[in-house]
Design a protein around this ligand. Structure first.
Ligand SMILES: [Zn+2]
Length: 308
């Protein structure tokens, strides 16, 4: 079988199969948020360039701007022409109605997020949403969230969140809700501090806690708020049990900086595709570099290691 045949075959994989395969390979699936077609083009170009699968994400706000059904239709169309697996996640979904809307639109996964509610209420509302989306299509992966990692993939003045999820609440939450993957608070945070955008500071994860939660939860684990995380921590977090890594703010920063630059280059330029082409390219570079890291390509063996 040739390489291209292998890739074509894997592109028919379900999200669950891809996650299982990547876990065995010591890799994680990159989740990249899109607000518009510029970002979508960038993520797909990166997947094509690296020949690595991707999970495209859109939060409620991003879906509202893009159109949930319109985004699903575009991803479906891209998938038919792309040799690598491309999946679509309804990120941070805060109501049963929005979860059902995404499930019916053809999303492969839904991040059900009632983490701002007290634990028991989070359990009840998440369980209800899991059952509802599985009734639409049992293949859809349901993600649930516990703990506080702040909100908004933006540039921030001060750190948010802080309290880590415990292995015991992770176990209880998975058992009571029937979720397929869990997003815990393990030192991660939505958004980036200014010092992180400037490259002067990095996020650090509690790697031991990740390993404990993985053991207790026994399901796929998702790391939200990955932007600005130390490279070595990413690799060690994957070794400790992280299966999906969310990157959003890094893409937004690259989008904004390259758009500013592109607009300033020639103030008489009015052709959108000429202005936007360099923006697609800049965002693509960020996505490709993160994908390679999550698949262990640029990191030496010693760094990959296992968590002590
Ligand atoms: Zn998130």
């Amino acid at each position: 079988m040739t390489t291209s045949e292998t890739l074509r075959n894997t592109s028919k994989d379900t999200l669950r199969n891809v996650l299982t395969r990547l876990e065995k390979e010591g890799a994680a699936l990159g989740h990249f948020n899109v607000s518009d077609q510029v970002l979508l083009k960038a993520v797909i170009a990166a997947a094509t360039e690296t020949k690595l699968p991707v999970l495209i994400g859109a939060s409620e706000g991003e879906r509202e701007f893009f159109g949930a059904r319109q985004l699903a239709a575009l991803v479906k169309s891209e998938r038919q022409e792309c040799d690598v697996p491309i999946f679509l996640n309804a990120d941070h979904t805060h109501s049963l109605a929005k979860a059902l809307e995404a499930a019916k639109a053809g999303f492969d996964a839904v991040t059900i997020d009632f983490s701002a509610l007290p634990f028991e209420e989070n359990v009840a509302r998440t369980r209800e949403a899991v059952q509802a989306i599985k009734a639409v299509n049992p293949v859809i992966l349901a993600e649930g969230e516990i703990g506080d990692i702040g909100t908004g993939s933006e540039i921030k003045e001060t750190a948010q969140g802080g309290k880590l999820s415990t292995p015991e609440e992770a176990r209880q939450f998975v058992e009571a809700t029937g979720i397929d993957n869990l997003a815990p608070a393990v030192g991660n945070m939505h958004g980036m501090l200014k010092s992180m955008v400037q490259g002067n500071a990095k996020k650090h994860l509690d790697l031991e806690r990740i390993a404990q939660i993985k053991k207790a939860a026994g399901v796929f684990l998702t790391l939200h708020g990955g932007s600005g995380t130390d490279d070595e921590h990413f690799r060690k977090a994957i070794a400790a049990g992280i299966n999906i890594i969310h990157i959003n703010t890094e893409l937004r920063v690259a989008w904004r900086e390259s758009l500013d630059k592109s607009l300033a280059r020639d103030t008489n330029e009015v052709v959108p595709y000429k202005i936007l082409r360099p923006v697609v390219d800049s965002v693509k570079q960020v996505v490709s570099s993160r994908l390679r890291l999550f698949h262990g390509r640029p990191v030496s063996r010693e760094v990959v290691g296992t968590v002590a």
